[in-house]
Design a protein around this ligand. Structure first.
Ligand SMILES: [Zn+2]
Length: 418
């Protein structure tokens, strides 16, 4: 059982706003028992008391787009960077079931939710990526519905198939023609199929989140009514109709700006700055650092990260929800699980005109609201004690999110020295 913990004298960002300067939070049995201003903390006691003067307390961060393929070691890495929950967007249900069992028992790794199989069609995305990254191409066990494309492309069997499995937390749609990528064009699911999948998902109380990497594919999947997009495109400047398309079904965007950067080769200097941060040196080995600074350069000529920044700026100013996510995966050049989320948030502020407060909401309360997570993403009495403590004020200076002074998952402190 985790000891009860009282943190005092802290600036408190509750996921939406700063609710106290010099406030306190008390957690017990994994949940937040009390939170508030300093006056009311004098009568509270706990097994452990921490004076957090000069620090800010915020909810554990949520990365809304990752891929966990190597197991709990990656969930451990996420947590070391203050990411207490990761949303996986493509995986095998058996793998996710195993990871969920582990994360329910181990407070030293991040919690995980997953879309598991993505709804795709035969030979559709992400087949080229999987083939490119597998060593033995003949031995590919294609981990999605592509192998059963014929079965699923003509029916709603996909949604019926997933809703009886608890491992599926939302439905991932694939709408990728390959328009902005080097390589051959890919077959696209029809508008009718995508619309039917969205409706069937909703009928079962699940939201959909769609992969699309070009403006054309993005507009098409928004027209099918998807709840969210898993990327911002980088092939063209956003047209005015994009904002209207997001507004039509109140869709949200997970920008994955670090993916635009790896597709286009952008942000090398800022990436190198992140990798030199002393905190990063503790948790990434040299191979991971090289990978993080690398670029996959799969974008066609003319692709620019600046277009992705324009999208985030346009949508944020237009009142569309921005949900922070990175697409980080072990071995994917330009990314590192955990660390990438900090860079992603800094890009929202430095390149897209979001305030630090808006950026922090995008990795906490906005995510919880859009994915209907009622137990996390905010610091409220009764919620999970997933808590991050950073030195300084990240609501004014977003680079402070990496000045991590403490991480608690379910009220259990992470040993930062191991
Ligand atoms: Zn992804």
């Amino acid at each position: 059982m985790a000891p009860s913990t009282l943190i005092t004298n802290a600036r408190i960002f509750d996921g939406e706003n700063i609710i106290a300067e010099g406030g306190f939070i008390l957690f017990e049995k994994g949940l937040i028992k009390e939170i508030g201003t300093v006056e009311s903390s004098v009568t509270l006691t706990a097994d452990i008391t921490i004076d957090a003067s000069g620090h800010t307390i915020l909810p554990g961060l949520i990365d809304a787009h990752v891929h966990i393929h190597e197991g709990s070691i990656e969930l451990a890495q996420a947590l070391k960077f203050g990411v207490t929950t990761v949303l996986d967007l493509f995986n095998e249900p058996e793998n996710i079931a195993k990871l969920k069992r582990e994360s329910s028992k181990r407070p030293d790794i991040a919690d995980i939710k997953s879309a598991c199989y993505a709804a795709t069609i035969k030979d559709g995305w992400p087949r080229p990526v999987i083939l490119a990254t597998m060593e033995d191409k003949e031995a590919v066990r294609f981990p999605n519905l592509g192998t059963r494309g014929a079965e699923y492309s003509g029916s709603l069997a996909l949604v019926e198939h997933v809703t009886d499995k608890l491992e599926f937390s939302y439905i991932k749609l694939m709408h990728e023609s390959g328009a902005c990528l080097l390589g051959n064009p890919l077959p696209l699911p029809s508008h009718e199929l995508q619309s039917a999948l969205v409706q069937a998902a909703h009928k079962h109380g699940l939201i959909t989140i769609a992969h699309a990497l070009s403006q054309k594919d993005t507009l098409a999947i928004l027209a099918a009514g998807t709840d969210g997009l898993a990327h911002s495109f980088c092939d063209e400047a956003p047209r005015d109709e994009l904002l209207a398309a997001y507004r039509k079904y109140n869709s949200f965007l997970v920008p994955t700006l670090v993916i635009s950067a790896t597709l286009t080769g952008a942000e090398k200097p800022s990436t190198e700055r992140f990798v030199r941060h002393p905190f990063v040196g503790k948790f990434l080995d040299s191979r991971m650092k090289t990978c993080y600074c690398g670029r996959i350069m799969m974008g066609k000529e003319g692709c620019k990260s600046e277009y992705s920044y324009q999208i985030v700026r346009m949508l944020n100013e237009g009142g569309i929800d921005i949900v922070a996510g990175t697409d980080a995966a072990t071995g994917l050049e330009g990314t590192a699980i955990g660390l990438s989320l900090h860079q992603e948030l800094s890009l929202y502020v430095e390149r897209c005109g979001m305030t630090p407060l808006q950026a922090l909401r995008s990795a906490t309360s906005t995510t919880a609201r859009r994915f209907s997570f009622e137990d996390r993403g905010r610091l409220v009495k009764g919620m999970r004690a997933d808590v991050l403590m950073v030195k300084g004020d990240p609501t004014k200076d977003i680079s402070r999110t990496l000045e991590i002074g403490g991480i608690w998952r379910g009220g259990v402190a992470l040993d930062m020295d191991n």
